[in-house]
Design a binder for this molecule. Sequence first.
Ligand SMILES: *Cc1c(COP(=O)(O)O)cnc(C)c1O
Length: 373
Amino acid sequence: MLPFIRSDLATFTAYTPQPGGHGAPSDAVDCLDTNESPRDLPAPVKAAIAQTYQQTIAANRYPDGSHAELKQQVATYVDRSAQLPPGTIAPTQISMGNGSDELIRSVLIATCLGGEGSILVAKPTFSMYGILAQTLGIPVRTVGRSPETMAMDLAAAQQELETPGDRPVRAVFVVHPNSPTGNALSPAELAWLRQLPAHILVVIDEAYFEFSGTSVVGELAHHPNWIILRTFSKAFRLAAHRVGYAIAHPEVINILEKLRLPYNLPSLSQVAALTALAHQDELLAQIPEIVAERSQLQAALQSQSHLYVWPSAANFLFLTPVSTAAQSSLDPWFTTLMQQGTRIRHTAGGLRITIGTPAENQRTRDRLLALLT
Ligand SMILES: *Cc1c(COP(=O)(O)O)cnc(C)c1O
């Protein structure tokens, strides 16, 4: 129909976000489908952002395209978050993205575009790697996961690396801990990633590391072919502002800086991220509560016998059917929950439920147990 458009794009469907987004004041729905923080910023923190907007941002001026102050503060946070000596990670090892989604796209462009390579992922995992690769015409090679532990099938992954074809694997994408399955990288997975050759980029997405307390950032100095991705969208409660960052060797960062749009981060988003970092102790204080709520919900849901509840190191739970009967009931269960006002994700043959406020989790538990028992 549009003869000027690349033929492969005709077969893709656009990502369809929830109309209106989440969290409108009139919204009586429990939004437990996108792993956001259940709480908005504390009012004084939000007010500080608004005040900075009013007093110091000139709306007619472009944002700081160097992100200089933000990179400095992020580097300081990265050190602190991994108990590294201050100054371990330099600002030259940080690149800021319009959400980590933008950084994922830059990584794909930098490694595989123009028929130069393919990426490897272990399914199920974060869907955005595959979606963005597809839009760039980059092949996605997939391997499976252990039905017992959800660890990636390393033998199959190794096999893929050794079968170059005309588009060898240039980048491996892993999430630590993984979404939707909730497992952190195992010692065997980490050992495999450590020995990958220098011509393969290892992307370790730590979107949920504040919940798991696990990070590989301390190992980065030994691995110039590693890149760690993080986001302000989850633990830092800034999903509305679209701020993500990459941590890597300065030469890798230089490439990402070449690829990003000059003013990719609006001034207000930079202020929001700086303000959140200035209040990090207060914002991250909710993490122990979310982790405790996760354990309680997990224990409660284990009392039914239709869905297996996977252990989780993140701010969500993943449930998979234990029988074919349960499998065919997933969709009706999902729909009923939606009608009752609990919005979760039906994905990868299971249900993924974000941990919300205690009241939301109570409703999740009551509604789900009523359906399942
Ligand atoms: C939520 C999430 C992100 C965050 O993406 P943003 O674009 O920064 O909002 C990145 N990776 C994974 C695995 C996620 O679940």
